[in-house]
Design a protein. Sequence first.
Length: 254
Amino acid sequence: MIDTHCHLYLEQFEKDIDKVLSRAAQAGLSDILMPAITFDSLPKMDQLSHPDIDFHKMAGIHPTSVNDGKQATEETLYEYCKQADIIGVGETGLDYYWSDDFKAEQQESLRIHCRVAKAVQKPIILHNRSSTEDLLKIIEEEQDGSLSGIWHCFNGSEEEGKRTIDLGLHLGIGGIFTFKNAGVDKTVAQLPLDKMMLETDAPYLAPAPKRGKRNEPAFIVHTAKRLAEVKGLPVDEVERKTNQIARKLFGLAD
Ligand SMILES: [Zn+2]
């Protein structure tokens, strides 16, 4: 299996990373994809290793870090993202939940990430919180047919999901999808599986029945199981299909 979105390099894993990685391998994870929070995330990603797991890096500035003044120039971001061992651009996106004060800066950062993603031809990773309309509007403006990417931790409506897919993007299915009261499962049931991939967003947003705990890659099995239920398919078929989609989008070897 592939965890397409995970922040294993954060301090929440410092104490027991070896155990977290053995549980991930035991759960069947072969690949872990890591979006960055800032460029400081990258050297920390390099320290991770496990004989049965391939780790993949991305480069970008998270929208909430933009609030802290961590805006990247297009040139700097391009220098990171053009490197052969960087498989994606992000995470970027918009987050108006914590503060409305940095909308302009976040939007500018998102546009820079879009331009770099198109220039290096690698997928963009989009975070969205309380900002759906602006996010989709900017993607619409930036999409020239060459932008690919993921609305990570998808939590939109059916209409927003369709709009995202029509824009050429994929949907990352994570913990929120398994929450009973969130209603994302009903939305996902109506959207095509061949545009979906699985993710944890660990250490955040652990799926049910682990909700409220620190999330980790091994918990992805719960999300896979729930997606199989919602789609009325065997879980191994859901795993195989979503893995295939992720491998294709990120250009990972089989
Ligand atoms: Zn994330």
